[in-house]
Write a protein that binds this ligand. Structure first.
Ligand code: IVH
Length: 718
């Protein structure tokens, strides 16, 4: 029995040779099964020992799975997350294995996918399109590798690791090099004819190049990129149409369009990952999967450039890890890595089990999406007064962590997506990004869901909220709103701004509550006596805080500008302003025209800066900070006149003879100016090794391009 299982009395009817079944967090486990993964599970729900109960549970699971299969595969409108679905499937499989008397050919465990819609012509696959077994951990992958090794009698065979694209499988048939048919996988044995739609996919050639066999079927995944998906959903939201939950559903929905013109407008793509069959000549294209893929690529089909050749298990594991790290930066969703034995002879030896090959398995990543209940929508007030709505969720594990909140951007977005309080929603969390609510599951509505509206007043100070024309955001216009000030103080002290260690969210709250800090400059007048009055603050902490406040007086100007929390002035803009103006007074006294001189600064930002410094409280704040000893930067030396006067240089790529900073200083000494991006004002682009996109832009604008050698000559140092 699992170590953590609470002790339970077996029912009186339990006799020694009848096995008890435990349901561990909803997964059925044989009591004799002491495998580690079950041991690690935190609790056990109940012990069952009656055959009737097991049979009922099996039937119930089959019904549920059938239903969700239909929603997912046929209608493209899932109601539960993949993880929830996998869980149901696992439970059913375990039960059927342990209770073979209840196995049935009608069970969803015996099938692949769902049945095709009747509206498309049915296509029978000459060779069935199978499914793949899954592994969820490195241990499970090693176990798969061991089984394969045992069968092959060796463990040093090569494999191919391929991203498992999350789209839908399709088969392309070419006859005499012409694309004659494209079909969905459907239930694996028969799918739907989607030729007109697939012909709209740009990565699918209508005609193969080279000398392909007379008849060839290539299989692969049709998918929509992440950017394509966002675009499609934006268009649908604008049109008041239901949103797709994820790129997979959007791709499936697009491929299944009755009108190919609609598919054509969706940026679908296809990577080919296997050869279905070939004939005339019947000789195989190659001896290995890897070479087969290269042949298909040579015929003009698209294969995934991320596919990796792995000489052994260690390399396969490294490839999986590396693809998982890359997952966020790929512009299409992958839900795992497919590992395939490379040798076709070994594949033939290994053969198939049920509906999946033994020679391949899918290593599944933690799902980045889930479906959960949105309990209510709340707002918080940011440091610039922006009122940000967010969803309070029923906690759910997504992307490896538990989330209970997700951002909702703004009210328009909430209405466009038709997200209501009480809805079941699709949430997405990838990598380090803030979790997002993607779409509601409209089908799961009960009628009690509430349409949400932005509160009329700021939740903190009750000032009526305002919205600027053309902006999606609502703001609290009260410049002394306590919530805004709290966030501002927190921001002022955070890393990247004044970096005051010990002044985080909690301390900011205490200081404001105690009335010690009412404006930012008050931070610099805090005394040890005051700090010691705060709950939980001892001698040591007070000293430390005072020391870090003192240290913050010397932060660079860019940090101070960013710290002020001027609307639209982020870290990058602050750095540009600091570089351009050199000291705070110059910035404070700059008019709109002066601000327009700053390379790359848009009118919206310029106006926001002017508006900020027009307010007397903000001007006094700067003076108070200065009086408290905070450094306001150094006025820039008067502009040098020199041989480079009137020219603006942009540097790109790596300079070999000169560190970037020194090169810039030299240009300035000679009277030239430095720009951060190539604009119409740029006169010269200095190009080092591995230049980025700036070079292309400069060439487009007809700007003079200097090599490092040219540049050295220009500054007299060659
Ligand atoms: S090979 C017999 N390779 O995953 C093996 N499948 O669960 C057939 N998939 O329906 C599949 N990327 O749609 C293979 N690189 C890849 C794949 C891949 C995505 C999908 C495929 C299939 C499902 C299997």
């Amino acid at each position: 029995m699992p170590a953590t299982a609470p002790r339970m009395k077996a029912p009186a009817s339990s006799v020694a040779n009848r096995r008890a079944v435990l349901s561990v967090n909803g997964i059925y486990v044989d009591s004799s099964d002491s495998r580690d993964r079950y041991r690690r599970l935190p609790f056990i729900i109940y012990v069952v020992d009656d055959q009737e109960g097991i049979k009922r549970r099996i039937e119930d699971l089959r019904r549920q799975i059938e239903y969700h299969n239909y929603r997912y595969h046929t209608l493209d409108e899932p109601e539960i997350s993949d993880a929830e679905f996998d869980q149901l499937m696992r439970e059913l499989r375990t039960l059927e294995e342990d209770y073979p008397q209840f196995q049935s050919p009608d069970s969803p465990t015996q099938r692949v996918g769902g049945s095709p819609l009747e509206t498309f012509e049915v296509v029978v696959h000459p060779v069935p399109m199978l499914s793949l077994g899954n592994v969820f951990s490195e241990d499970e992958l090693r176990a798969w590798h061991k089984r394969v090794s045992n069968m092959l009698g060796r463990d040093d065979f090569a494999m191919v690791a391929e991203p498992k694209m999350d789209g839908l499988a399709a088969a392309l048939t070419y006859e005499r090099a012409q694309l004659v048919r494209a079909a969905t996988r459907g239930n694996g044995f028969q799918g739907e004819n989607i030729t007109p739609n697939v012909r709209t996919i740009r990565s699918v050639p209508w005609q193969l190049s080279g000398e392909p066999p007379g008849r060839l079927e290539a299989r692969g995944e049709i998918f929509l990129s992440k950017t394509g998906f966002e675009r499609v959903n934006e268009e649908r939201a604008e049109a008041g149409e239901r949103l797709f939950a994820n790129p997979r559903n959007a791709a499936a929905g697009s491929v299944r369009q009755k009108d190919p013109r609609v598919s054509a407008r969706r940026p679908l793509e296809m990577f080919v990952y296997s050869l279905g069959y070939i004939d005339q000549p019947a000789a195989p294209l190659a001896d290995t999967h890897w070479e087969t893929m290269q042949c298909l690529a040579a015929f003009g089909l698209k294969i995934n450039p991320e596919n990796r050749y792995c000489r052994n298990l260690d390399e396969a594991i490294e490839a999986i890890r590396s693809l998982e790290r890359q997952r966020e930066s790929l512009d299409y969703e992958i839900d795992g890595v497919v590992v395939k034995v490379d040798s076709l002879a070994y594949q033939a030896d290994l053969g198939y089990v049920a509906n999946a090959p033994r020679w391949a398995t899918a290593f599944k990543f933690a799902p980045v999406q889930g479906i959960t209940r949105l309990n209510r929508i709340e707002v918080n007030v940011g440091r610039t007064g922006a009122i940000n709505p967010f969803a309070v969720l029923e906690p759910i594990r997504v992307g490896g962590v538990t989330i209970s909140q997700a951002t909702l951007h703004n009210e328009d977005d909430i209405h466009r997506k038709d997200i209501r309080e009480g809805d079941w929603v699709v949430v997405h969390r990838a990598g380090e990004v803030i979790p997002q609510v993607v779409a509601p599951v409209v089908r799961r509505r009960s009628g009690g869901e509430q349409v949400w509206h932005m509160p009329a007043e700021c939740p903190a100070c009750h000032t009526p909220v305002a919205r600027e024309p053309g902006e999606a955001m609502y703001y609290c216009p009260n410049l002394s709103c306590p919530a805004q000030f709290f966030r501002l103080l927190e921001h002022f002290a955070s890393r990247g701004t004044m970096d005051i260690e010990g002044l985080g969210e909690v301390m900011a709250h205490k200081l404001i509550q105690a009335g010690f800090v009412e404006k930012l400059s008050d931070v610099y007048h805090l005394t040890k006596e005051q700090l010691l009055q705060l709950e939980g603050v001892g001698d040591k902490m007070a000293d430390m805080l005072l020391a870090s406040i003192d240290a913050s007086r010397k932060r660079p100007l860019a940090n101070l500008i960013f710290a002020l929390g001027i609307r639209h002035v982020g870290e990058t803009v602050a750095a540009q302003l600091a570089r351009h103006f050199g000291d705070m007074h110059a910035l404070m006294n700059a008019g709109l025209d002066d601000l327009r001189e700053v390379p790359g600064l848009g009118p919206k930002i310029a106006e926001s800066i002017c508006a900020y410094f027009e307010r007397p409280v903000n001007r006094s704040l700067i003076e108070e900070l200065a009086a408290a000893g905070v450094s306001l930067g150094e006025p820039l030396p008067p502009r040098t006149e020199g041989p480079l006067s009137g020219r603006e240089f942009v540097l790109t790529g790596r300079l070999d003879r000169y560190p970037r900073g020194q090169a810039e200083a030299r240009i300035k000494d000679l009277g030239g100016e430095i720009g951060s991006s190539v604009t119409k004002r740029t006169t010269d682009l200095v190009v080092g090794a591995d230049p980025g996109s700036k070079l292309a832009r400069a060439e487009k604008l007809g700007i003079r391009v200097l090599t490092e050698q040219d540049f050295l000559q220009l500054i007299g140092e060659s």
